[in-house]
Every structure is written in structure tokens, then in C-alpha cells.
Design a protein around this ligand. Structure first.
Ligand code: ADP
Length: 290
């Protein structure tokens, strides 16, 4: 169990002593959040804008410290600066639009920046850059000397991912990883994220408000609403709460909505068909057996 949130609450505006005395309560951006991220899983964190997703992510590398409660990384408290520094290599965070952070003249220099800061030898840095570019499926010889700024949007985002992967994290946290990509690169990118998880065994945490993307990839879903965990469980469990999801502005995946509508028309479909693949398989089976 690599990361554990224990009753974490956070406020951006702590109260003055006087306000506390007067019995006021702060505005919580996170309110009593407890959950853990298991090694090897794909956890999605969903929620409407303002629900606390970014605040939660900033607790994963110790940038923000809980106002109340603790975040433990391998049993150690992340509010300890030494622990947070060690955790930073192990938990890689890719923020929204990571390509905006690219800065170097070549792809090689950009990806090498993190490993170089670790004080690694030139050989080790090169090995890390090669391995990271391989992980993001960009050919090393082809890309290493190119300027990141002449690449396509999808390629730039892969280079930014490579910079984080070059730190050899065991856990990768992705904040809205396909935001701003066109539909075709979006699909490619989601498939790439799935491979990173399945083929390379990287623990993945994906922050998203897109229930279709979550249905496609996640093993487990945590739904935040106004700083609290509104729902948690497998996609099947979470998506069965269609009414609650609608109330917090999220809805269910398209495939599940279609399954619900077909069920209402009398097509015998069971619950839990939330991905296009499972729905298509089930419909194909029904047609074959007619
Ligand atoms: P999300 O990522 O789901 O959109 P956030 O974590 O950004 O949600 O926001 C959670 C709550 O904290 C919101 O009420 C938001 O207004 C507030 N908040 C976020 N960042 C700040 C900040 N820097 N200062 C004050 N309040 C903030």
C-alpha cells in the first residue's frame, strides 16, 4: 500500500484564532478524505470543477500539507520534508497541459533535466532518457535531437511524460491527461496510458471529469463532490449510482446510458455494461442467439 490518506482536510483560508474562538468553521477544499492507492492499480479520481481534485493531487507530492489528517507514503508522513523529497521521485505527477512546461532546445535535454538533477552520471542519464522515450513510444534516434517545439501536440505531451518517467516513478498521477487533444490523438493517448499501466506495471492515478475515459481505463473510481468522497468503488459500482452522479454534474458513460435506454425498450441487458466493448459484445451475443 504505497499511499494512504487518513482523514485529510485542507483549507486555503485557515481561520484566525479569533474566528476559531467565535466558533466559525473554515471553507474546506478537502473535507475528511480517507482512501488508499494500492500498488499496481488504476485509480480514477472524478469530480466536477471545484470538487477538490487538484487540491488532492497537490497533497500527493507534499506541495500542500493537510490542515488536518495525514498522507502516508510507504508508512511515512509526507509532511516531513525529507520524506516528501524521497517521494517526489517515486510519485510522478503530470499536470494539465504538461507540454507548456517544455523548455529545452532538444527532446534529449528536456527529458534529461530531472535525472541530471539527481546527480547521475552522463551514461546513466542517457540510459534513463532512452528508456523514458521508449516508454512513451518515441524512437530515440529519431527524436533526441529535435526541438520539442516542432513536434505535434500529442508528441509534445509524450515528451513531457518522458521527463517525468525518466525519474523512474512507481506511481504516475495524471491530471486530465487528454485535455485539449483532438479526438484521434485523444484515443491514441488513452490507449498509450493503458499500455503504460498494463505492460509496464506502473500504478496509475488519473484525474478526470470524463466518465467515458474512466470507464475505459480504471479499476477503481473515487468521486469527489465539494471536497468530500461522494462515491467510491469499481466502475460498475460507481456507475450504478446514476442519479447521484447526475446530481453532482457528472452523469454515466455513454455506453451505459445507451444500455439503460435499450433496457427500457425491452432489450434484455444486465447492469454494468458501461464500456462500449462490453455493450457491443453483449449485443452481438443477443443477435447471435436470436
Ligand atoms: P478541482 O481541481 O476539482 O477543480 P480544486 O481543488 O481546484 O478543484 O478546488 C477545490 C476548492 O478549493 C474550490 O472551492 C476552489 O475554489 C478552492 N481553491 C482552489 N485553489 C485555491 C486557491 N489557490 N486559493 C483559494 N481557494 C482555492
Amino acid at each position: 500500500m504505497a499511499l494512504v490518506f487518513e482523514h485529510v482536510s485542507y483549507t486555503y483560508a485557515p481561520l484566525t484564532k479569533r474566528q476559531v474562538k467565535e466558533g466559525q468553521s473554515p471553507l474546506w477544499a478537502l473535507n475528511d478524505i480517507s482512501f488508499s492507492i494500492e500498488d499496481g492499480e488504476f485509480l480514477a479520481i472524478a469530480g466536477h470543477t471545484g470538487s477538490g481534485k487538484s487540491t488532492l493531487v497537490l497533497h500527493l507530492n507534499g506541495v500542500l500539507e493537510p490542515t488536518k489528517g495525514r498522507v502516508l507514503w510507504n508508512g511515512q508522513d509526507l509532511s516531513d520534508k525529507k520524506v516528501a523529497n524521497l517521494a517526489r521521485g517515486d510519485i510522478g505527477i503530470v499536470f494539465q497541459y504538461p507540454e507548456h512546461q517544455l523548455f529545452a532546445a532538444t527532446v534529449y535535454e528536456d527529458v534529461a533535466f530531472g535525472p541530471r538533477n539527481l546527480g547521475l552520471s552522463a551514461e546513466e542519464v542517457e540510459a534513463r532518457v532512452k528508456a523514458a522515450l521508449e516508454l512513451v513510444e518515441l524512437d530515440y534516434e529519431d527524436f533526441k535531437d529535435r526541438s520539442p517545439f516542432e513536434l505535434s501536440g500529442g508528441q509534445q505531451r509524450r515528451v513531457a511524460f518522458a521527463g517525468v518517467l525518466a525519474m523512474k516513478p512507481t506511481t504516475l498521477v495524471l491530471d486530465e491527461p487528454v485535455a485539449g487533444l483532438d479526438p484521434a490523438s485523444r484515443n491514441d493517448f488513452l490507449a498509450f496510458i493503458d499500455r503504460l499501466h498494463k505492460k509496464h506495471g506502473i500504478t496509475l492515478v488519473m484525474v478526470s471529469h470524463n466518465m467515458n475515459d474512466i470507464a475505459r481505463l480504471a479499476d477503481r473510481v473515487l468521486v469527489l463532490d465539494r471536497g468530500e468522497i461522494a462515491l467510491a468503488g469499481t466502475p460498475e459500482e460507481v456507475f450504478s449510482h446514476a442519479i447521484e452522479l447526475r446530481e453532482i454534474g457528472l452523469g454515466v458513460p455513454h455506453a451505459q446510458r445507451m444500455a439503460n435506454e435499450l433496457r427500457e425498450l425491452g432489450v434484455p441487458l444486465e447492469e454494468g455494461l458501461y464500456s462500449p466493448e462490453s455493450l457491443a459484445d453483449r449485443l452481438a451475443m443477443l443477435l447471435e442467439n436470436r
